[in-house]
Design a protein around this ligand. Structure first.
Ligand SMILES: NCc1[nH]cc(CCC(=O)O)c1CC(=O)O
Length: 339
């Protein structure tokens, strides 16, 4: 087939993720690709992320580029995609997932429990802020944003920044005691030496879709007979696809986006009989962390189950868990619904 074009945001993380996906697709399809950098609203606006309102600020320009045929393939961080599918486009692959956990990066590499009383911890995410406050009510949460390097520099100090060498990661200090970032982003950028602690899901439930990529194309290009169809299908990973389908099902039913204080994590585990269990856990937090509401459920997936049926069941699992949260609503849900 002819060369295909792949749209990407300009950040280092986006370029790394997009290149990984493009290389995999090109090798499955035995062809070449061309990268096209697209500027997105999320990269241009500077206000706190949580106040920018609406979902998908990072994704919309890339999707526009697909519709306009500026590119054939768009690679997104799955957690930045709105939970509702968009008519005319298809998520053709969800490749195998990176680490799903949130990472604490702190001065002197202190874990969460050892941070000094009243320590300043930076995050722009209401979900992370609320769960940090629930675990450590004494912390001072500071609203920050920017790319991974900028955020790390708030702890490591500017001269050292994200590019601090593994030999001297603590060469300088910033104005914060710690920041929380997705472990996946740090690992993909080769910055895992900055991670003091990968926060366990019991303490910090990650954002739905965290650590996963979504490869999106125009719907007709996802067909098995389309030039890239087989390559896209080969790049799709069943566990990652089912986990993220459940997590997106949860968000879709709650009508919530990535700036809502909602955590959701599904895990796919193989069973000895050849089948698997898909379990989804979720949390909604009061923004001040004073209350949290949890719900979870699981389904079993038979050996050799049809992929399309399993995806539908995963989405239903998300809906079911969302409805458990809605049924027991203690008034926290009014914080989650995006306008
Ligand atoms: N919202 C920004 C964003 N979107 C995806 C990632 C990291 C990679 C991932 O979670 O897959 C990040 C940065 C972060 O949350 O620290």
């Amino acid at each position: 087939m002819a060369t295909f074009t792949v749209g990407t945001r300009g950040s280092k993380l986006a370029l790394t993720q997009t290149t990984t996906a493009a290389e995999a697709l090109a090798s499955h399809a035995e062809t070449d690709y061309e990268l096209i950098t697209v500027k997105t609203e999320g990269d241009i606006l500077t206000g706190p992320l949580a106040q920018m309102g609406g979902t998908g600020v990072f994704a919309s320009a890339l999707r526009q580029a697909l519709f306009e045929k500026t590119c054939d393939v768009a690679v997104h961080s799955l957690k930045d995609l709105p939970a509702k599918d968009l008519e005319g486009l298809a998520i053709a692959s969800v490749p195998s997932r990176e680490d799903v956990r949130d990472a604490l990066c702190s001065a002197d590499d202190l874990p969460l429990r050892d941070l000094p009383q009243g320590a300043k911890v930076g995050t722009g995410s209401p979900r992370r802020a609320a769960q940090l406050r629930a675990a450590r009510p004494d912390l001072e949460i500071v609203d920050i944003r920017g790319n991974v390097g900028t955020r790390l520099a708030r702890v490591r100090g500017h001269g050292s920044a994200a590019e601090a060498s593994p030999q001297a990661p603590n060469a300088a200090r910033g104005d914060l005691d710690a920041v929380v970032l997705a472990g996946a982003g740090l690992k993909r950028l080769g910055l895992e030496h900055h991670i003091a602690e990968l926060l366990p899901p019991e303490v910090m439930l990650p954002a739905p879709g965290q650590g996963a990529l979504a490869v999106e194309v125009r719907a007709e290009d996802a067909e098995p007979t389309a030039p890239l169809g087989m390559a896209l299908a080969l790049y799709d990973d069943i566990p990652a696809r089912l986990e993220t389908s459940a997590e997106r099902g949860l968000l879709a039913r709650l009508n919530a986006g990535c700036s809502a204080p909602i955590g959701g994590l599904a895990r796919y585990d193989d069973n000895p009989d050849g089948g698997a269990t898909l379990r989804l856990d979720s949390v909604i937090c009061a923004p001040d962390g004073s209350r949290t509401q949890r719900a979870g459920a699981e389904i079993s997936i038979e050996a050799g189950a049809d992929r399309r049926v399993s995806v539908e069941r995963a989405v239903q699992l998300g809906t079911l868990v969302a409805e458990q949260l809605l049924a027991e609503d203690f008034g926290l849900l009014k914080h989650v619904v995006d306008s």
